[in-house]
Design a protein around this ligand. Sequence first.
Ligand code: WTA
Length: 698
Amino acid sequence: MIPDKAPKEDVFHGSEDLKKEAHITSFENYKELYMKSIENPDEFWGDVAKDFFWKTKHTGQFLDYNFDVTKGEIFVKCMEGASTNISYNLLDRNVHERKLGDKVAFYWEGNEPGDELTVTYRELLQRVCQFANVLKSQGVKKGDRVSIYMPMVVELVVAMLACARIGAVHSIVFAGFSAESLCERIMDSQCSLLITADGFYRGDKLINLKLLADEALQKCRDKGFPIEKCIMLKHLSKEAEETSLGSQSPPAKRSCPDLQEKQTGRVKKTRPVPQVPWNPEVDLCWHALVRGASDECEPEWCGSEDPLFILYTSGSTGKPKGVLHTVSGYMLYTAATFKLVFDYQLDDVYWCTADIGWITGHSYITYGPLANGATSVLFEGLPTYPDVSRMWEIVDKYHVTKFYTAPTAIRLLMKYGSEPVQKYKRESLKVLGTVGEPINPEAWQWYYNVVGERRCPIVDTFWQTETGGHVLTPLPAATPMKPGSATFPFFGVVPAILNESGEELEGPSEGYLVFKQPWPGVMRTVYGNHQRFETTYFKKFPGYYVTGDGCRRDKDGYYWITGRIDDMLNVSGHLLSTAEVESALVEHEAVAEAAVVGRPHPVKGESLYCFVTLADGVTYNRTLEAELKKQVREKIGAIATPDYIQNAPALPKTRSGKIMRRVLRKIACDERDLGDISTLADSSVVEQLFQNRCCTAV
Ligand code: WTA
């Protein structure tokens, strides 16, 4: 339960100025509205829904649900009977009803300083309509799945909203994932079309995206799932034809027909660009298609519970889960959380540094901000390129007021001290946010003191791909902050802490974080596998949604996330399943068995420590180590690259053969205090592993 009064001691506050304009001005104000959201959700969410356009109104209850597996199938339905279109609400409504046509929707800032573009709401609407017509002309219909594998460019937003406009379901795959991962996701969601780009730069490194996309499509064909259409955006400049990349570059089969034409010119610096492999039977040129398309497109009116998108997230059994979100609930929830958690005001310039390939980018670069008519920075580059002041340079350049990033980025920049931050003024900043993993108090203090100069509240937002939007979070002018705590629930969210037997714990306690009832933005199913949805989130404790995170509640009622309690790791804010990395390792013929655990890392939060038992007759050496690393990168992507690989002639197992990961975690950290190991089948294995520990990352 939320306390009546906020604590006065050991808490931090933002500046008083913020309170003057804030939507929620005090803790009491928060509590009052929170109670309304729980006691009368229909009225609370009904008020939020009033801001949006509904082609037809909903009938019956605002939220209907079953969270109890013992009572039948799990379901959540929001605003049943209503019909709307999310792209209409994000674009047409802002342009025509709210007269925001000339307002900037995105300031695009490229990887290279000086590469920039500005897109207004009117332009975005036109481009979305054009591309929606392109999709239609390619035969994409309501309900069809479209896979998107693109860098951080405005066209990524255009592609996703064009899907939403015609009722197609987008499935975005982060451009850092490998061809294998893309293939797996395309096949799981049975996509009929892929949208990609020629390539992009991450700092100095060229990523030849089209080559990876082609590889993925070939893998799909080999597995009997041919996709016969691939739309490619030319993001890099027209020098593509003339520049040779030597051995890095694939032999071009034929060139993209439009490649000779003048490029959009946004990538100014002349750099090597990939030669793009081109298969005229499959490949279609984005620019050529758009040129012939009308910029008017009547939206497809969708039912509230029609699917909006699928986004894959790691699952503890290894195979990624296609998290499905639906139209109305997701729209209301991302809009409301964006407005209240960042205390959005019309003249704000908001910047979220996440990639759109993750849920944070879906909810808080595209849907939430655009639903509010906000102006955002869309950044393609890295915090450390060309130098470690880049973030603050951008903050000053666009006068960013609300800034949202990940603890891993904060810890990375903190290493360079305050000087690179203080080179820039940052006077415009009002609210700072974090997401993706627990933030350690030291990083919190640095963010608060150095970046925000003690003026900006920090909203430590806890949520998941599955929750659609923030579920535990401070509100900037209302919630006194405690460094490292995600504080209290957002409106409509009812958390509880359970012990191992499923009993709700009251007062200060620690256990499983669960939610007792749905909010509009919660996921509806795992695409194509409702049973997995029920098993993963609802089976352990009937009647509750189980987050998979551990949590502590302190004497003041504040919630503190303690990290995952399933077999998941959080590396730089990205969730990875140990099972997935293990299966990538054992696919190598030299590996008989593998076990992966997390080891704390000062910047990434956790790093991957892999124990491998080799097949008979194989010897461990540096070449094999490099091959294994490469294997994981190719199977999953660079984010899953092992930091440590240790040769493990045997793994610590129980008598029933279960690997004791708890022991491996201790070995990875060189901690000798192993606790109870009486269930170990052979304890000499442990000593051997301690002796062979790797001390340096590979
Ligand atoms: C972790 C990211 C502590 C948590 C939006 C969760 C956090 C997982 C926080 C979801 C936070 C996210 N404090 N831990 N503020 N935010 N997490 O699906 O373990 O990529 O379950 O969604 O990240 O990761 P996902």
